[in-house]
Design a binder for this molecule. Structure first.
Ligand SMILES: NC(=O)C1=CN([C@@H]2O[C@H](COP(=O)(O)OP(=O)(O)OC[C@H]3O[C@@H](n4cnc5c(N)ncnc54)[C@H](O)[C@@H]3O)[C@@H](O)[C@H]2O)C=CC1
Ligand SMILES: O=C(CO)COP(=O)(O)O
Length: 338
């Protein structure tokens, strides 16, 4: 890393890219690349991103630009903050302008449709030689930006690099832990969205607090079974990126994924929900990929399967919990049942 203060460049001017940019700008020089001119002007002139984060102020020194080449050419650290289905395209645009040793930290909680790849695998493909990692945890953007205490974990293949990057993102109120389990953190972050939709469906059907706790707990088991079989560490799923984020996303009224589930239970169509929200809910597209990965691993994921049936195969939402309750429970820890 450079001897001057490292420059962080965040790609993506949505709610989370802006929030992470704001945190990093407290510690070091930070540039945010957004494609929307109004967002750039809003950040540069008013220290706001009102489109995504209403009137919550961002750090005054955070600078934004629509010029991708200018944003990345001098970067010492690249942060990927665009939704999963657009990440490859953005990385392809930036790769020729970035210096070869620059690490890439993904904020993305989704998998690429078709290839089923995690974002760090895409970085390795599109930007070979760049160290690739991920920052994830229970981090509802607006709460972090408002300054409520929160924590996340940064995963890099080399622990020393995770420790260096930790310093760029942490503040008194945003605690950044380190790990080398990139695979586990990425799968945990992506999988929890699918289960937040399931919990939203339960909440929308007014199924009650015990049901919510049951689904969250059994969801964690499903996430862990798939994530471990794909190479993640089981302990990661019990940590901030797993259990922590599952709790936040399944219970927060601000979660977009949970909101999708609530909307479906209220009889809204996916198009209607997407139009009302105007933000990404990664779990909607992740569920089919998760089913594909589970089939390849020979693992049954009953809760995810019900969400796939609702989202992709026209199953009426009211059938969801009926379907699950028909299954007999097995061994709590070792069983394959939900
Ligand atoms: N919002 C949150 O609380 C958190 C979000 N995340 C994850 O961060 C990632 C980004 O999500 P958000 O910022 O919340 O999304 P968002 O919906 O708030 O914003 C997405 C941003 O990406 C931009 N974008 C979309 N396609 C693009 C393209 N082809 N080129 C350039 N820019 C493009 C949009 O213009 C928008 O600025 C997602 O994977 C999400 O799961 C992770 C932690 C917290
Ligand atoms: O990842 C998040 C919180 O950690 C944000 O969740 P949603 O995308 O469901 O809003």
């Amino acid at each position: 890393m450079a001897s001057r203060n490292p420059r962080v460049t965040v790609l993506g001017g949505g709610s989370w890219g802006t929030t992470i940019g704001s945190l990093a700008a407290r510690n070091t020089e930070t540039v945010l690349w957004a494609r929307n001119e109004e967002t750039v002007t809003d950040i540069n002139e008013r220290s706001r991103n009102s489109r995504y984060l209403q009137d919550i102020p961002v750090t005054k020194t955070l600078r934004a630009t629509t010029d991708l080449e200018e944003a990345v050419a001098e970067a010492d650290v690249l942060v990927l903050g665009v939704p999963s289905q657009h990440s490859r395209g953005v990385l392809e645009q930036v790769t020729k302008h970035v210096r070869p040793w620059v690490p890439v930290v993904s904020l993305v909680k989704g998998l690429e449709q078709g290839s089923s790849k995690r974002m760090t695998a895409i970085v390795e493909e599109v930007m070979p030689g760049h160290p690739a990692g991920v920052l994830a945890g229970p981090n509802i953007a607006r709460e972090v930006l408002q300054g409520y205490a929160a924590a996340a974990t940064i995963a890099m293949p080399e622990h020393r690099q995770a420790e260096m990057l930790q310093e760029l993102f942490r503040t008194n109120l945003f605690r950044v832990y380190t790990t080398t389990d990139v695979t586990g953190v990425e799968y945990a972050g992506s999988l929890k969205n699918v289960y937040a939709i399931a919990v939203g469906v339960g909440d929308g059907l007014e199924a009650g607090d015990n049901t919510r706790a049951m689904v969250i707990t059994r969801a964690l088991r499903e996430m862990t079974r798939l994530g471990v079989s794909l190479g993640g560490d089981a302990m990661t799923f019990n940590g901030l990126a797993g259990m922590g984020d599952l709790i936040a996303t399944c219970t927060s009224p601000f979660s977009r994924n949970r909101t999708v589930g609530v909307g479906l239970a209220q009889g809204k169509s996916l198009d209607q929900i997407a139009a009302e929200m105007n933000q990404v809910a990664e779990g909607v597209k992740t569920v089919a990929t998760v089913m594909k990965l589970a089939a390849e691993q020979g693992i049954d994921l009953p809760i995810a399967r019900e969400m796939d049936a609702v989202l992709n195969h026209g199953q009426p939402v009211k059938e969801t919990y009926r379907g699950l309750l028909r299954q007999a429970p097995g061994h709590e820890v070792h069983g394959d049942e939900w």
